[in-house]
Design a protein around this ligand. Sequence first.
Ligand code: G5P
Ligand code: MG
Length: 211
Amino acid sequence: MNIIFFGPQTSGKGTQTERLSEKLDIPVLRSGDILRNKKTTDDDEGREIASFIDVGKLIPDEMMNNIIKEELQKEAYKNGVIFDGYPRNLFQAKHLEEMINVDRAIFLDVPDALVLKRMAARRICSKCRAVYNLSSNPPKEEGKCNKCQGDLTQRSDDTEAAIAVRLNIYHNITEPLVNYYKEQGKLLHIDGTKSIEDVHEEILKHLTADA
Ligand code: G5P
Ligand code: MG
């Protein structure tokens, strides 16, 4: 099964894809993490990626599409994949369809006011990239990852300036995917404002009904 997750920043794509992946035993392809890994390399590509991500802008489509095409060659994805963060616009959605069949597109719907609140409370493990929330999903030990004891940090693009750019891009460029997948009968519109567990259960309920 091939599943796409999309929605505004902090809508829970990272959190929910991780849970669903464990449940269904399907790997997650996380465009943001691939880019952040490349960004840490001190070469032209790494610097170019940083120049987009850190100010909240999207990576150019052609570059992104090539990265995904290469990633999808991996054996790990041959029986199915859960996408977190790709596609992010109609051009990328069409490019993806040339490579695989999308079974479901899960739209995590969260209002802008909640996005801003969640962003301020989000912490990421600097080693394994596990996601926490200081109020709704805090780590057991302050500042440390439950899984690997890595230090928890804030993302470089979780700044007020970058989030304004990111939300604007989301509404103008990514949101049209809602109608695109609705017209194809593939859209699952999920209320992303509930608790992490409730959202997970809601997604599972729909996917089980599909099967
Ligand atoms: P990313 O890395 O894809 P965004 O901006 O799309 O980044 P983000 O911020 O990673 O999305 P998320 O993954 O949707 O958000 O949210 P999350 O991290 O799981 O959860 C956020 C917080 O809310 C956490 O604190 C969590 O605990 C809490 N939470 C999560 N789920 C729930 C829930 O169900 N209930 C409750 N109550 N709380 C919850 O992209 C970064 C950059 O990479 C580039 C761009 O520059 C982009 O800005 N990029 C691309 N560029 C071009 N094309 C693409 N396809 C690109 N993909 C990435
Ligand atoms: Mg994420």
